[in-house]
Structures are given as C-alpha cells and as structure tokens.
Design a protein around this ligand. Structure first.
Ligand SMILES: [Mg+2]
Length: 219
C-alpha cells in the first residue's frame, strides 16, 4: 500500500479466510461439534442433532451461542473440545502470504467466531503468528458473535480502534461483511461466490494485486 492508502487497520476473519476453504479443517470442526452435542445433550436423539445444530446456527449466528443460550453449555468447554485438532496435516507455512502481509505497514488483527487457541494454532501452523497485533475471539464478545454489530463494536474496542473507517475487514462470510460495511469498515470478500457486490479476492494473497485499485476506490 502506498502512503495515501487510507486504512490503518487490517482485520481478518480466520477460518476459510486466512487459509483456503478446501483445507478440510471445517469438516473436522463439524465432526467435533456433532460429537460434543451427542455427549452433552443425551436427551436429543442422534438423528435430531444435525437439524438442531442447523437451527441454532441460523437462529443465533453460531452453534455455540445457541447451545449456551438454550442449554447452558459452558463456552470454554465447548471451544476447547471442538477446536482440539491436529492441524499439522492440513496447514503448512504459507510463505507467499507471509511475505505479502509482512510488506504491509498496517496493524493486522484476527476477529474470529472460533477460539483464541484455535486461531493461535492456525497462525502458528502457517508461520504467521508474529504478524498479528491481536486476536478477538468469540469468548471476548460474549454474549454476541459475528455477524452481530455488537460483536464488531466490542472487537474494535478491544483493539482500541475508534474510527471503523480506518479498517479494511476481510471475511469469507457475507453477513459478516454486511455488518462491517454498515459500521463503516471497508469490506473485502475472500472466496468464490458472485453477485454480492463486495470487492473480492479468491485468496487473501491476491489482495496484493488489488491494493492499487482499492486506493482509487477509497480516495
Ligand atoms: Mg470464515
């Protein structure tokens, strides 16, 4: 980014944004969530677990928030269980992304609906951990979660950011981007979907080629 570039802060979602969605990690987390629910909701028949999870996810934004609100599930116990993954076979150091992010003078942050330890695992596995100034996880924004605006406001507070307009926010989730945009951040969609109207890259590293254009958009 050049000196006229207006963003001071780059805020990134973690899962399927920092790494590509074909990693297999989300499938594994899904299996862990299913196993956790089986274990902690003995009154729910096995074939009702998936539909319950779908409903909670839709209604509350994350399965966790739904389980906490309706079933009193302990947030830390859930997060520790579902993110207890060996990521070494699924993620490797990303030298290209590291070089690109290192070249940017802005402060970089992670904002995730997952747990801090999962974020640290992912960033360590990819060799990126030292590039980020902070991580806000879902426990930090309780009782909210993305895409709720309250969650974004708590995240900004945690990073001591007073003006959302100084932020670029990157995510693979469209509702999260809509909230970020409504609050004044510049939304960047990371993924392959079309027809949403957001500026888009397929991989985060592709942002490098787009930066000159973003300068034009913002100035
Ligand atoms: Mg994501």
């Amino acid at each position: 980014m050049n000196k006229t570039q207006p963003f001071d802060n780059l805020i990134f979602d973690l899962d399927d944004t920092i790494y590509m969605p074909n990693s297999g990690i989300w499938d594994l987390i899904g299996e862990r969530i299913f196993a956790f629910m089986r274990q902690h909701l003995p009154d729910v028949p096995e074939d009702a677990i998936e539909p319950l999870r779908d409903r909670l996810l839709k209604q509350y934004g994350t399965t966790l928030r739904g389980l906490h609100e309706e079933r009193g599930i302990d947030v830390q116990a859930y997060l520790a269980y579902v993110h207890d993954l060996d990521l070494s076979l699924m993620l490797k150091p990303d030298a290209e992304l590291r070089r690109f992010l290192s070249s940017l003078p802005q402060k970089k942050y992670i904002f995730t609906n997952a747990s801090k330890s999962h974020a640290e695992n992912v960033l360590n596995q990819m060799g990126l951990a030292d590039l980020f100034s902070g991580i806000t996880d879902v426990a930090d924004v309780q009782p909210y979660c993305k895409p709720m605006p309250e969650a974004f406001k708590l995240m900004l507070q945690q990073f001591h950011i007073t003006d959302p307009k100084t932020c670029l926010y990157a995510d693979d989730n469209l509702p999260n981007l809509a909230t970020a945009e409504a609050l004044g951040m510049y939304p960047l969609y990371v993924g392959r979907k079309q027809g949403h109207g957001f500026t888009q890259v397929e991989r985060l590293a592709d942002l490098e080629a787009l930066l000159p254009e973003l300068d034009d958009i913002r100035l």
